[in-house]
Each structure stands twice: as C-alpha cells, then as structure tokens.
Design a protein around this ligand. Structure first.
Ligand code: C5P
Length: 401
C-alpha cells in the first residue's frame, strides 16, 4: 500500500494532446487505491471524452462551473473540500497562466482557488511555449506559492519538435504524487514533532530616521529551508529580516528589522527549538549613535562610529540546552578554512559554506552550491536551485539528529 490508498484526488485535465496519457494515469491512481474524481476544462474535452474518464475513475466527471444539476450533486466548494490533493495533468500554458493570476473562470481553476489541499501540476506543451518567459514567470510564481511542479520531461513532442515540454509519464506522476502526500502527512515526515527556527534575510541598522546600513541578502535560502522543513513535518518558525518573500503555508513568521530585534526573537524561540538554522546575513556592526534627525550634507567628510552587534547563532549555541545549531558561512575566499573556523568558534553542529564571490550562486540568486561541514566530515552539494539544496540540507540535518 502506498500513501495513495484511500486518498481523494481531483485529477484536473486541461487542453493538450498529452490528455490521452491521463487515461492511463487515472487507472494507475485507482490501482494504488486512490478515489479519483476527474475535472475537465472545455479544451480537454476537445482531445478526449469525459466518458473515458467516467468509465476509468468510476465517478462522474465534472466539467462545468455553472451547471445546476452538477452543483446540486456535489457543488464546487464541496468538491474543493473533498480533495486531499489536486493534480493537474496535463497542465497547459494557458492553465498555468490562469492559475498563477488567480483566475476562477472555469471549474478547475475555481477548485484550485477554493481548496486547502496541496496542488501539483504537470506541465505539457510545445518546448518554445515552455521556455517562454511568461510561462517561466508563471511557474516561478506557482512554486513560490508552494504549488508543486512535476516535470516537464524532455524528448520528442507531438508537434514534431524536440525539447522540454513532454508531460511526465503516468508512472512517474503516480510516484511523485505518492511522495507529495507522504511529505504532507505530518505523521510521516522525518522532522515530525520537531520545532525548527530559521533566521533569514538581511538586517537593517539605522543611521538616521531615513537611512540604514544593510546588505544584499534576499532571504531566498532561508525561506527555501522553511518550505523544506515544513514538508518534512516540522513546526517551523521563520524569523525574517526585511525581505520580499512569501510566508510558506503553515509557517509562523516573525518580522524583524535590526540585528538586536532578530537576536531578541531568536533567543525567545530557540530554547524550545530542536533545530536552529541561521541563514540570515546579520550586520556585524551598527552605528553607535542613531541621529534623531536626517544627517545634513555640509562637511566634506564625515565618520560613522560603529559598534558590534550580538552574534545570534553563537548565543543560541551557548544555551544550556542548545538546539542542533546550523550556521551558514558566506565567503569570498578561503571558503573551507573560514567556515571550519566558524564551526569551532561559534560551537555549531554543522556549517554550510557558500562562495559568494560567484555571481551565479549565493546572494540573490535562485541557485546555490554548498559544502556542508561538521566536526568529522565534508559533503559537497552540487549546484542546484535553492529549493533542491534546502531539501538536501534538511535530509542531512534530520539524519544528523
Ligand atoms: O560570522 P559570520 O557572519 O560569517 O557567520 C555566519 C553565521 O553566523 C551565519 O549563520 C549567520 O546567520 C550567523 N550570524 C548570527 N549573528 C551575527 C552574525 C552572524 O547569527 N551577528
């Protein structure tokens, strides 16, 4: 039995030639014990008939938002509540665009807005449509919102071209769906019952009422780790500096501005945490005096006296019952040696070293490549997007616990 047994799945089908594979997908999901209800867009019905899916799923197929009989049988809100998961396969470029913009102009897009269940989409389209910046931007938005993108695969396409854009095969979709449901099952994740506190983003240190000292940290790595920790079943608190990142569903977010503010929030929550991960690029110094009024330009040169900020992670690692403590070392040179020094000096359990001299990874980038260092070993994680790096880091942390 897999995690699909007795799970209620809405299989959304949109207009694309890959819709013929969704017939096989329906059978595979049923074989695993899932209860499947198929919802088709008008475009999908141009490729394959509802009758096929009704026969394969053993349930009526829904295809209209404003159908009185269908609403009387199982209304769209009821259907949205019924689902443990919505899987849209194939997901056309048009559907991805509508979903990313929150449209509710057919039954399937309305269900996606009205559900609290996880949503996974399996894009399928011509390779140029997939590569198009509009499609990529829509997919980026969907990922940021926690929607899982499955595929697409690369290969020959029905249109005669070759490239990325083929829908994932039904067997691949079944196993990806099973692992999504397993990851969303709070009883099943490797961090179930654990509390994880993550600091993320930069801090801002005021010079006067309108100016501050800060850095380029985007918070992307910290928020990716929060998503991965949630997927692993952890209670997740993210202590964020000023960043434009969406709070992942299920995480508690505490907004801070200065290093002192982030320190206070961390020391409040870390003592009850099992894991503390410090991805924040905390300002090491702050102006000794904050001018009460805007500093005027008059003198040719002025000096600002700076004073040290508290080291948040070192304070957490010095707690009597310290959580498993993970730091990040962003360096421009001699990466491994500096990182090892910080591991020892700050008494960390693990340090994640990344080279910020490279423009293709690290600060502000969606990609990262890191070396994970503990007292007795090194592990390189090859360049990948920050969500993939975060998943690997959470696995390493869970097994080190
Ligand atoms: O000393 P450095 O800033 O390079 O150390 C990096 C690690 O220490 C990161 O995990 C960072 O979040 C953490 N740190 C902190 N408080 C500070 C400075 C750094 O928690 N004041």
């Amino acid at each position: 039995m897999t995690h699909l047994a007795q799970k209620k799945i809405i299989l959304g089908i949109t207009g694309g030639i890959a819709a013929y594979k969704s017939a096989e997908l329906t059978r595979r999901l049923k074989e695993q014990g899932a209860d499947v209800r198929v919802v088709m867009t008008p475009g999908a019905k141009e490729f394959i008939t509802p009758l096929t899916f009704q026969a394969l799923s053993g349930n009526p197929v829904s295809d209209s938002l404003l159908d009185r009989d269908a609403e009387a049988a199982m209304g769209h809100i009821e259907l949205a509540r019924w689902a443990d998961l919505i899987l849209v396969a194939p997901a056309s470029a048009d559907f991805l665009a509508r979903l990313s913009h929150g449209f509710a102009n057919d039954l399937l897009s309305t269900l996606c807005l009205a559900t609290s269940a996880p949503i996974a989409v399996a894009p399928a389209m011509n390779q140029l449509m997939w590569k198009n910046k509009a499609t990529q931007a829509n997919c980026h938005t969907l990922k940021q919102r926690g929607i899982l993108l499955l595929g697409p695969n690369s290969g020959d396409q029905a249109c005669g071209e070759t490239g990325l854009g083929r829908m994932m095969e039904p067997d691949q979709l079944v196993s990806a769906t099973a692992s999504l449901l397993r990851n969303n099952d709070p009883q099943a994740g490797p961090l179930h019952g654990k509390k994880v506190v993550i600091t993320a983003g930069p801090t801002r240190e005021a010079l006067d009422p309108i100016r501050f000292i800060s850095n380029h940290s985007s918070g992307k790595m910290g928020f990716a780790l929060a998503r991965a920790a949630l997927a692993a079943g952890a209670q997740t608190i993210i202590i964020a500096g000023p960043v434009y990142q969406e709070t992942p569903n299920g995480a508690e977010r505490i907004n801070t501005v200065t290093a002192k503010g982030m320190y206070r929030a961390s020391l409040e929550h870390a003592p009850s945490a099992d894991i503390f991960i410090a991805t924040a690029a905390v300002a090491d110094y702050r102006p000794l005096q904050i001018a009460g009024q805007k500093i005027k330009k008059s003198a040719k040169q002025i000096s600002i006296e700076l004073t040290r900020n508290p080291d948040i992670i070192a304070a957490v690692a010095a707690l009597p019952e310290k959580p498993f403590t993970v730091g990040f070392a962003a360096e421009t040179n001699d990466l491994i040696n500096y990182a090892k020094g910080k591991l020892q000096n700050k008494k960390l359990d693990l340090i994640v070293a990344n080279d910020v001299a490279r423009s293709d990874i690290g600060f502000n980038s969606d990609q990262n490549a890191v070396t994970v260092i503990s007292a007795d070993k090194h592990q390189n994680l090859a360049q990948a997007n920050k969500d993939q790096i975060a998943e690997q880091l959470i696995k390493i942390i869970a097994s080190a616990l």
